[in-house]
Design a protein around this ligand. Structure first.
Ligand code: C2E
Ligand code: MG
Ligand code: MG
Length: 528
């Protein structure tokens, strides 16, 4: 059942990665295209604003100089200054003196030049003549700014004449005081004064309207704003171009993930299927690792470790198959098999040696139902062993249902079977196990034993674990003891038991019994 759920989840993940990754890539392409287009449009608007600011600044300066000069209008001195200012101002076409809406003398000479209608009189006293009527046909259109009797004549197109990589970009300049219905002060392409409304007091705004991406920027110096608008069609073209690069890559990545997930799921299922076959084919056996009392050197028991030898002779370690058995729900049958094997190997010996114990590794799933209590009961009845001959070890490799675990542990302990927390300190919930569960032993994980005396930061941890176990009244078993120095340290810290290669690798039960007898003799010799 659980295997099927995992397979379905894998299929959903596989499908999701095939669909979701390309979709994300498409979204990313659109985002990149929008950002690039927005940056470009903003650059156009800013370029127009920069040139308009420069123009306004030169006009303001020149008119100011003429007004403050003091020489009578159209006098040789005044005309000389006009010519000088005209020559030094890059954006100014001509400067002149105005009488009744007509330039009567200018830096260009004394041909009268009518300025045409006024579109706006600004709060700073400037009259804008947006279309200076020119006699010469085909000449570039002009605009004039007039103040205090003097006018600066400017090319209408010059501030807008920025180079754009894309055709169809519309740019324009607006005076913020003009009526909302008035035409733009300067424009190339279709622009709307209403766009200024988007500024709402800010210096810059960006939005999409009528199929165009619009950027509005305000001048910090003059009462003007520049706009640039880019057709959204261009943006879509760019998004498509980016998508052509990104989407196939994402589709390939999605496909690779999907294949990997499905292959893994199949592999899991095939290991699970092989496990079922192995159960029928009796491919499992137990190895026993001696557990030694540090104070006396006596072997007080063994830990039963499951081994899988396939019919091909291949050995598969529990670290590989136990997690698969846990995930595919086969673990309960495997645990049942462990009890059967332990009974066959050790039942009679245990019945005759009440002080010797076998520690069995149980999975979190085994604590999910009271079935395990029945299995242990059958083991005791059939072998004639006593409950004190058994220790069960609990790990946190898989999710533990605390309520059920409490019930199962209580039932086992009530029967006289002792409980150990295995691999203590390696998982997230070791501490919550200690707080919530009634335990007898704490098995200090090999990782902390390895660190003893190394000076590594973790070398300090073992001392804290020992202190904690002592406070909680738990007996301790150190795992993975490989050196005499480690054993001496642990004995010095009053750790009661240890297992590891120093005392013996996992072996057959008969060998473990022989080793126990040798150690018993040695201990008795020392005592005598
Ligand atoms: P564990 O219960 O912590 O078992 C101790 C592991 O450490 C064993 O690995 C053992 O061979 C190894 N070991 C013992 N002494 C030393 C040492 O001095 N140095 C080193 N480097 N390693 C040492 P193994 O047999 O591969 O088992 C791995 C894990 O698989 C066990 O960890 C246990 O969690 C699980 N397992 C084994 N048998 C069973 C079983 O019957 N049922 C369940 N549910 N899990 C089992
Ligand atoms: Mg164990
Ligand atoms: Mg362990």
């Amino acid at each position: 059942m659980r295997g099927r759920i995992i397979l379905w989840i894998s299929i959903v993940i596989a499908l999701a990665s095939v669909v979701v990754l390309p979709w994300l890539a498409w979204r990313e392409a659109q985002r990149q295209a929008f950002d690039a287009a927005a940056d470009m449009t903003r650059a156009y608007a800013r370029a127009v604003l920069y040139r308009t600011d420069k123009t306004a600044q030169q006009a303001e300066l020149a008119i100011g100089r003429l007004m403050s000069q003091g020489a009578p209008p159209c006098s040789p001195d005044s005309l000389a200054l006009m010519r000088q200012l005209d020559l030094t101002s890059t954006y100014i076409q001509a400067l002149g003196f105005v009488r009744a809406g007509t330039i009567v003398c200018s830096s260009m000479g004394s041909v009268p030049l009518p300025l045409g209608e006024v579109s706006l009189r600004t709060s700073k006293g400037i009259a804008i003549h947006p279309h200076v009527p020119l006699a010469a046909p085909g000449a570039s259109p002009l605009i004039a700014l007039e103040r205090g009797g003097y006018a600066a004549v400017l090319h209408r197109d010059l501030p807008l004449d920025i180079s754009t990589a894309i055709p169809d970009v519309a740019v324009g300049v607006f005076h913020v005081e003009a009526a909302s219905s008035a035409a733009p002060e300067l424009a190339k392409g279709a622009v709307k004064r209403a766009w200024l409304g988007a500024l709402r007091g800010r210096m810059e705004a960006r939005f999409i309207e009528d199929g165009r991406l619009v950027v509005v920027v305000r001048s910090s110096r003059f009462l003007i704003a520049a706009v640039a608008a880019l057709p959204v069609a261009y943006l879509e073209e760019r998004a498509e171009a980016i998508a052509w690069r990104l989407v196939p890559m994402a589709a390939l990545a999605g496909l690779a993930i999907a294949v990997a997930v499905l292959v893994l799921a199949r592999q899991q299922r095939s290991i699970a299927a092989a496990l079922r076959h192995a159960l029928r084919n009796n491919e499992f056996y137990l190895s026993y690792q001696p557990i030694v009392e540090l104070a006396t050197g006596r072997c007080v028991g063994v830990e039963a470790l499951l081994r899988w030898r396939r019919s091909t002779g291949e050995q598969i370690g529990p670290d590989l198959f136990i997690p698969v058995a846990e995930q595919s729900g086969i673990i309960t049958r495997l645990t049942e098999r462990v009890l059967e094997l332990a009974e066959a190997d050790a039942g009679a010996y245990l019945a005759a040696n009440p002080d010797f114990h076998v520690a069995l590794n149980l999975s979190p799933a085994d604590f999910g139902s009271t079935a395990i209590v029945g299995m242990v009961e059958r083991f005791l009845q059939r072998s004639g062993a006593r409950p004190s001959n058994l220790i069960v070890e609990i790990t946190e490799r898989d999710f533990l249902d605390m309520d059920n675990a409490l019930r199962v542990i209580a039932a086992l302990r009530a029967r006289g079977v002792e409980v150990a927390v295995d691999d203590f300190g390696t998982g997230y919930s070791s501490l919550s196990y200690l707080a919530a569960l009634e335990l007898d032993f704490l098995k200090i994980d090999r990782a902390f034993i390895e660190a003893i005396g190394t000076g590594a930061p973790t070398s300090q941890v073992v001392g804290h674990i020992i202190a904690m176990a002592r406070t909680m009244g738990l007996r301790m078993i150190a795992e993975g003891v490989e050196s005499q120095a480690q054993a001496d340290y642990l004995q010095g810290q009053a750790v009661q038991y240890a297992q590891g290669w120093l005392f013996g690798r996992p072996m057959s039960f008969a060998d473990a019994v022989r080793l126990a007898a040798q150690r018993e003799e040695r201990a008795a010799g020392v005592a005598a």
